[in-house]
Design a protein around this ligand. Structure first.
Ligand code: GDP
Ligand code: MN
Length: 397
């Protein structure tokens, strides 16, 4: 589950990580009040209006703007809320902004200069250890830094038994060339950030930029947080962070029906039992000249009701030109699945407007094939993998 910047910052704050303070607003009136409240709280003169969408690069896309008066906060919020924000990380058509985070201005000028760093905590899958990835080149595209100046990205691995050690946080602060209060603030920032990552069962905490202010504070200006979905059962406090506006509506509906559905960009819908077979089926579709429109694992019990729900979900995607059903009958018998498909088809005959290729293999596969052929429905039966691929190819041609 991905979080919004303001939600990630709430978690950070609860672990004692210093953040750029802010208040969320859903309309320009709330934004105006939020800005006033922030000035009372922090004494900030200026405010930053920040679009809350699940994508980075908002600054570049016009989703982050500095306001130098309360009236400007209102004006800018009016423009940003409801806008379709396009950034290098959104889909081409952009994402609609529903909320803004009104934040204190933390880039105020001072005697010593401000500095932007990059810090993230994530899992290094090749060593099986969490690591802190950091760079002196904060505030910009880290992908670009990785490509052009990879020597400016550093890694610090954390021993899972010992946890983060003081020498490690000092090493990071040292690599950032910090001194005095800023050095101390950075070591505290890093250790609290790491505790936040562990404590919330996250798979990513990316803070870009981490800012050293002109008065030597170290604060999180941005936050990109991903929580491991498999841990959500032990984090009831995060349920409220889920934002359905940010999710694919078909995926949400599939989740409610207990189906494992992932939306993709292609033209062939697939309905498969088992994740491994689903992956192989997606390869098969590619080989047959098509491109998978989704990943869908209907699980072990491919009964008529489940099959019907799955068909309805796949057909909501208007790019689908054919559906490939690939079921292995191990525990579930193929003839029962075939009967399920025939029943489901009859139930919703008018909404099925694309050819369906069904490959059933395993227990009673032959009976299943003849059941489908006898049904006289617009369903093409196959038993071999290549046969199914060929038939997908034929209907797409
Ligand atoms: P992103 O573009 O989606 O990564 O959003 P960020 O939260 O990282 O903000 C992008 C940029 O906005 C930062 O790199 C800063 O340059 C600018 N910005 C953020 N907060 C402030 C602030 O308090 N004052 C000023 N002047 N600029 C800010
Ligand atoms: Mn950022």
């Amino acid at each position: 589950m991905n979080l919004h910047e303001y939600q990630g910052k709430k978690i950070l704050e609860s672990y004692g990580v210093e953040i750029q303070k802010g208040v969320v607003a859903e309309n320009s009136k709330q934004a105006f009040d939020a800005a006033k409240e922030l000035t009372n709280q922090t004494g900030t003169k200026w405010h930053v209006v920040k679009a809350q969408i699940h994508a980075g690069g908002r600054g570049k896309g016009g989703g982050i703007k500095l306001a130098k008066s309360l009236d400007e906060v209102k004006e800018i919020s009016e423009k940003i809320i409801g806008m379709n924000l396009i950034t290098p990380q959104t889909p081409a058509k952009g994402k609609k902004v529903h909320k803004v985070l009104i934040s204190e201005d933390v880039y105020y000028p001072g005697e010593s200069e401000i500095k932007e760093f990059y810090v993230s905590v994530l899992l290094n899958r090749s060593t099986g250890k969490n690591m802190i990835m950091y760079s002196t080149e904060g505030g910009m595209d880290i992908e670009k830094v990785a490509e052009e100046t990879p020597n400016l990205i550093y890694y610090e691995e954390i021993d899972p038994l010992l946890g983060i050690q003081p020498f490690q946080t000092r090493k990071i602060a040292f690599d950032f060339k910090l001194k005095g209060n800023a050095f101390k603030a950075m070591t505290k920032f890093i250790s609290s950030l790491y505790r936040a990552y562990i404590g919330s069962d996250a798979s990513l905490f990316e803070i870009n930029p981490v800012l050293k202010t002109s008065d030597d504070k170290v604060i999180a200006v941005d936050s990109k947080v991903t929580i491991d979905d498999n841990s959500l059962f032990r984090h009831p406090e995060f349920i409220k962070f889920r934002d359905l506006n940010e999710e694919n509506p078909i995926e949400v509906e599939a989740g409610e029906a207990g189906l494992n559905y992932v939306d993709l960009d292609g033209n062939v819908g697939c309905m498969v039992n088992g994740a491994g077979l689903a992956m192989a089926t997606m390869d098969l579709i590619k080989q047959s000249g098509g491109s998978p429109a989704n990943f869908l694992d209907v699980g072990g019990t491919a009964d008529a009701e489940r099959v019907e729900t799955a068909f309805r979900l796949i057909l909501k995607d208007t790019r689908v030109e054919a559906i490939l059903v690939n079921i292995f009958g191990g525990i579930v018998r193929c003839d029962r699945v075939a009967q399920g498909i025939v029943d489901a088809y009859k139930n919703m005959g008018d909404i099925i407007n694309v050819p369906i290729i069904v490959r059933l293999q395993g227990t009673n596969a032959e009976q299943a094939k003849s059941l489908i052929e006898k049904s006289k429905l617009n369903v093409i039966a196959a038993t071999a993998f290549e046969e199914a691929a060929l038939k997908v190819n034929e209907v797409l041609a």
